[in-house]
Design a protein around this ligand. Structure first.
Ligand code: CDP
Ligand code: MG
Length: 152
């Protein structure tokens, strides 16, 4: 999910391009202004944290671009492309490392790959099942060796 700072800073295209070029498939997308209720549910694991109110305030301060990406080991790969929670600790080449400097303005959210089921739960919070589109990327045989048809 591209956060309001990423949207305002016109980074949507740049960020989506990175995911597309990596080989990840966009199966759903939604431009939405989160309600306070949905934001609080999305970040419920942080309810007791001192940054919770500021976080909810920020994430509801403008539109976000929510996306579902599919691909081999997608949740972990997306997290590694996103970088560390703090942009200041994120390596150059990662999204937060290239586009942020401040922990409270870290451009993008991604499901936690170390929290089993978090990705599915977040998909359910943002999308109805009929909003997930099934299709094949035309380059999929060039992205995955195991899909390559043997012609000899
Ligand atoms: O987003 P990520 O999963 O990397 O981090 P998190 O620990 O799940 O925290 C969620 C979000 O809360 C972060 O992305 C930051 O926007 C914010 N946060 C903060 O403002 N101050 C902190 N000390 C930790 C997190
Ligand atoms: Mg998290």
């Amino acid at each position: 999910m591209i956060k309001p700072d990423g949207v305002h800073r016109q980074l949507i295209g740049e960020i989506i391009t990175r995911f597309e070029q990596r080989g990840l498939k966009i199966v759903a997308s939604k431009f939405v202004h989160l309600s306070r209720e949905r934001a609080e549910e999305h970040y419920q694991e942080h309810t007791q944290k001192d940054f919770f109110d500021d976080l909810v305030e920020f994430i509801t301060s403008g539109p976000v671009m929510a996306m579902v990406l599919e691909g081999a080991d997608a949740t972990r790969q997306v997290r590694s492309m996103v970088g560390e929670t703090d942009p200041a600790e994120s390596a150059p080449g990662t999204i937060r490392g290239d586009f942020g400097l401040d922990l409270g303005r870290n451009v993008i959210h991604a499901s936690d790959h170390e929290d089993p089921g978090a990705n599915e739960q977040e998909i359910d919070l943002f999308f109805d099942s009929d909003e997930l589109i099934e299709y094949d990327r035309i380059d999929s045989e060039w992205l995955y060796e195991w899909l390559r048809v043997c012609l000899i």
